[in-house]
Design a protein around this ligand. Structure first.
Ligand code: ADP
Ligand code: MG
Length: 529
């Protein structure tokens, strides 16, 4: 056991070495995100080769941007992505749990316990954990509680002082778009505007496009807007590819120009006939067309992003028109009014009172792009949590309370087991304590003291005792409103244990043949040992 064999050195790692190597790689990933956990977690600055910078506290963002080569480490990154997709929050937790499940499994491997026994124990522990989690979850019903969920998600994400306001924006937005407690997050548009301070972030019951009208002569506001969404350019297309026209006399030139003129004019004519008084055009708009449109009192925006066009279509009921000559009144959308608003240096177009009352935009403001992006990530975590909570109304106590109670009960369960699987269940249980101890550590507290105090409280049957990092004390975090969706925890534990089990079952890592587009080398493998 444990030898590298094969003709190419390092192309194959076997047995205990393979396990050790994989576990180490997974632990490295977990250690990387560990310092960001919780409200007192630190941020990371990610710098790519061309110097682009991201400053973030968000687990999945860090892992997505890092260059990770090791195959087992990549598997850990996958769980962060799954967590992000399924809930939108809890990515750091999921990755840390996976790392600790593996680290603890290694202790058992060192005791010569077979991986099959460990994985069996972990499976039992995971199943039991899901049952206990559901028993411990508490039902919530008020809007205030939903706001608390949003606030817990945003704590430590750089918007702490605004979390009352932001949590209201988030819950309001979710309530507007919810249908039978289901929310399609795509319905919540997030707009960004640089310049104003973060506190000017707001929820707008309409669609906001980050461009103003194209021509000063156009009206600043159009009431009872009949909106056309046009894909094609309102220009004479591709003059360079068209046949050459030789112009030798002034008459010919005049003729040619008026020909172009009439083509452009007819475009405006079609628009006018359709009854549209507001245009959103995905491509460009010729100066002359602008002039005619302004003369007709039509408000127009050009170079609108495709995703914005789609949002506008959904919000106003308009059909995106690909051939202007076929435009008809039935293609138009409707909004109470469309207005240009200038804030800071930028002009925006507000489309308000849309046909679809669920149309909304959260407009995030901030001084710099970095700030805006990090606020957006915090908001998205909170949105994910609120949506998950709305669905089944179940929450658990945060600040490590749920993890400690779960660990306690799993240890009780382990002692009922006869075989050595019980040892694995115990290790699984103590891995969960990694969450509260890290929350304490990241806040500069002594993790062992805090863990001890938490254990004592839970032994005294205080099921929701957790570390409140606002007060720095062990308290009933449920009462304090530090609450998280049940789904964050069930998902994190499910995917973390799944990947841990998968990695533990590997006893042979072979450099496979090159597959198309992919490097066949298991890069970085040797670097960890
Ligand atoms: P993740 O990516 O796992 O969501 P976060 O950095 O968002 O990581 O941290 C989440 C953890 O922070 C949860 O365990 C949550 O209970 C905890 N937490 C949030 N607010 C507080 C608070 N005020 N006091 C203590 N712990 C908190
Ligand atoms: Mg979070």
């Amino acid at each position: 056991m444990g030898d590298s064999i094969g003709s190419e050195e390092g192309s194959r790692i076997l047995g205990r070495d393979a396990q050790r190597n994989n576990i180490l790689a997974a632990r490295v990933v977990a250690e990387t995100v560990k310092t960001t956990l919780g409200p007192k977690g630190m941020d990371k600055m990610l710098v790519d080769r061309v110097g682009n910078i991201i400053v973030t506290n968000d687990g999945v963002t860090i892992l997505e941007e890092m260059e990770i080569e090791h195959p087992a480490a990549k598997m850990i990154v996958e769980i962060a992505k799954t967590q992000e997709k399924e809930v939108g929050d809890g990515t750091t937790t999921a990755v840390m749990l996976a790392g600790r499940f593996l680290e603890n499994a290694e202790k058992l491997l060192d005791m010569k316990i077979h991986p099959t026994i460990i994985t069996q124990g972990y499976r039992w522990a995971e199943e039991k954990a899901q049952i206990i989690l559901n028993e411990l979850a508490v039902e919530i019903d008020s809007k205030e509680d939903l706001m608390k969920v949003a606030q817990t998600a945003m704590t430590g994400k750089g918007v702490e002082y605004l979390k009352e306001k932001f949590s209201k924006i988030i819950v309001d937005a979710v309530e507007i778009v919810a249908e039978n407690k289901e929310v399609d997050l795509e319905d919540i548009r997030i707009g960004k505007q640089k310049g104003l301070a973060i506190e000017n972030t707001k929820l707008i019951k309409g669609i906001v496009i980050d461009k103003g009208k194209i021509n000063l002569e156009m009206p600043g506001k159009v009431e009872e807007a009949r909106i056309a969404l046009i894909e094609e350019a309102l220009e004479i297309q591709g003059p360079e590819t068209e046949a050459k026209i030789s112009v030798s006399t002034p008459d010919q030139l005049q003729n040619f120009l008026s020909q172009e003129d009439s083509i452009l004019k007819s475009k405006v004519e079609w628009i006018k006939e359709s009854g549209a008084n507001v245009l959103f055009v995905q491509k460009g708009i010729d100066d002359l067309v602008q002039y005619y449109l302004a003369k007709e009192g039509i408000y127009a925006v050009r170079r609108v992003m495709k995703s914005d066009m789609q949002s506008l279509a959904k919000a106003t009921g308009a059909k995106i028109i690909s051939k202007l000559s076929e435009i008809c009144p039935g293609d138009l959308g409707y909004a109470n009014y469309v207005e240009e608003q200038k804030e800071g240096e930028e002009s925006m177009t507000y489309v308000m009172g849309c046909k679809n009352p669920k149309a909304l935009t959260i407009l995030i403001r901030g001084g710099t792009e970095h700030v805006i992006d990090e606020v957006e990530r915090g908001m998205k975590d909170a949105l994910g949590d609120v949506v998950a909570t709305l669905k089944n109304s179940m929450v658990v106590a945060g600040g490590g309370a749920i993890e400690i109670e779960l660990a306690k009960r799993l240890k009780e369960f382990a002692s009922t087991l006869k075989g050595r699987e019980g040892l694995a269940v115990k290790e699984f249980a103590s891995a969960l304590e990694f969450i509260p101890s890290t929350l304490a550590e990241n806040a500069g507290m002594d993790p062992i003291d805090v863990l001890t105090e938490l254990r004592v409280s839970h032994d005294a049957n205080m099921k929701t005792a957790g570390l409140n990092l606002f007060s720095g004390k062990v308290e009933d975090t449920l009462m304090q409103g530090i609450i998280e969706p049940l789904k964050v925890k069930t998902q994190a534990i499910a995917s973390a244990s799944e990947v841990a089990i998968m990695i533990l079952r590997i006893d042979d890592v072979i450099a496979a043949k090159k597959s198309s587009g992919n490097s066949g080398k298991l890069g970085g493998m040797q670097g960890y040992d």
